[in-house]
Design a protein around this ligand. Structure first.
Ligand SMILES: [Zn+2]
Length: 383
């Protein structure tokens, strides 16, 4: 039995009445195991030893790993998104910027809470919150690449927010006197030898900074963060650009993306159903969801309705399929360029289109989807 005598004295000296029933002890160790027979007492009362404790909203585990903490916050973020989804769909929130602002405030308050402490090693897990949000909002397939979602919507990874919080945290600590616990810990971490197994917070931070900014002293980056902040953000954007350039499936979109700029159709004050169809046209690999039905336009299947030998890909249905000729003439006559465009040129051309043209494309695609749905039903009834 270990008596916490110093603590007892401290409480008495400061006239503090401690609720010992609510007080717990957590022993941090690499293995997370609690040695047998380990007991703590204060004021002759036994204090329970536990393996997990939620302190100021952050779950801590005796294993010192934040993996479960990160998982916990990711789930929290996703639950929060689900809870506000009704506002998005019923509450007339149609503006992309409003969706984005709502997402940012919710994710900051839930998934990113204290993330600069527990998140440095678990960025990938947290990024899923943003990817899920964009996929759900635009009704995109679950396997849509995250870098593509970010480029399309003008976002960078949530890593940027986490790093900003970490830098601000350290700037604050550095200004404190050397007897403050946070400062003592920080200076102690910096003194340690590098060992990837220890998960030293200072080294995790240094590694991330080096990965994005190159060989610059961490101290310099912290002191001159105003200068390095945009460089860091740019590095995240360039990483996504590198991914799209390397992608076989998506690199037809490679010249579409200005830094930190959502695609024009997202910024054109269109309704959610409209931006969904346009997003699907561009980045959903030939799949559409419309009025609770799904449609896939494979590049390896011949068109099933026009008897041509052409594959029924997006370009075939948009500009070639003879069955939709009349609708095409009527609905997208304002886009004469479409005649000469392939999918790459169409996506690129969408950077310059007017709101009216976006609406025209939406009407034409949804007309095709309704038509094809009607035909499929007809066939089912005959068989
Ligand atoms: Zn056809």
């Amino acid at each position: 039995m270990a008596h916490l005598i110093k603590l007892e004295k401290y409480f008495k000296a400061n006239d503090l009445n401690v609720h010992l029933d609510k007080t717990k002890v957590i022993v941090f160790s690499k293995s997370g195991r609690i040695p047998k027979g380990l007991n703590f007492a204060c004021d002759n009362k036994n204090i329970e030893v536990i393996k997990q404790y939620t302190y100021l909203g952050v779950p801590f585990y005796s294993s010192t790993s934040f993996a479960l903490t990160a998982k916990n916050f990711k789930e929290k973020g996703i639950r929060a998104l689900t809870a506000i989804w009704k506002i998005f769909l019923k509450g007339k929130v149609e503006e992309w910027t409003s969706h984005q602002a709502l997402f940012n405030s919710i994710v900051t308050a839930t998934a990113l809470y204290a993330s600069h402490i527990w998140g440095l090693k678990h960025m990938a897990l947290i990024e899923q919150v943003q990817s899920r949000f964009i996929k759900r909002l635009l009704q995109l397939r679950t396997n849509t690449a995250s870098y593509l979602l970010r480029l399309e919507t003008g976002n960078v990874t949530l890593e940027f927010q986490i790093i900003k919080k970490a830098i601000k945290f350290i700037q604050k600590i550095e200004n404190e006197s050397n007897d403050r616990y946070a400062k003592i810990c920080w200076l102690e971490l910096l003194k340690q030898k590098r060992n990837p197994k220890t998960g030293n917070w200072a080294f995790l931070l240094a590694d991330l900074l080096q990965k994005r900014l190159g060989n610059i002293e961490m101290n310099t980056v912290i002191q001159q963060w105003k200068t390095y902040e945009p460089v860091y953000k740019q590095a995240l954007y360039l990483e996504d650009i590198a991914s799209i350039n390397a992608s076989l499936k998506n690199n037809f979109l490679r010249n579409n993306y200005e830094p930190f700029t959502a695609q024009k159709y997202l910024r054109s004050n269109l309704t959610l159903p409209t931006i969904r169809i346009l997003a699907q046209l561009r980045i959903n690999n030939g799949y559409f969801y419309y009025q609770e039905n799904s449609f896939d336009f494979h590049e390896d299947i011949n068109c099933t309705i026009c008897n041509s030998t052409e594959t029924q890909d997006r370009i075939h249905i948009l500009k070639k399929c003879s069955v939709h000729r009349n609708a095409r003439l009527e609905l997208i006559k304002e886009i004469p360029e479409l005649e000469d465009w392939n999918l790459e040129q169409l996506c690129h051309g969408m950077n310059l289109m007017s709101r009216e043209k976006f609406i025209a494309i939406y009407h034409f695609i949804t007309y095709i989807l309704r038509y094809r749905h009607f035909l499929a039903n007809l066939e089912n009834n005959i068989n």
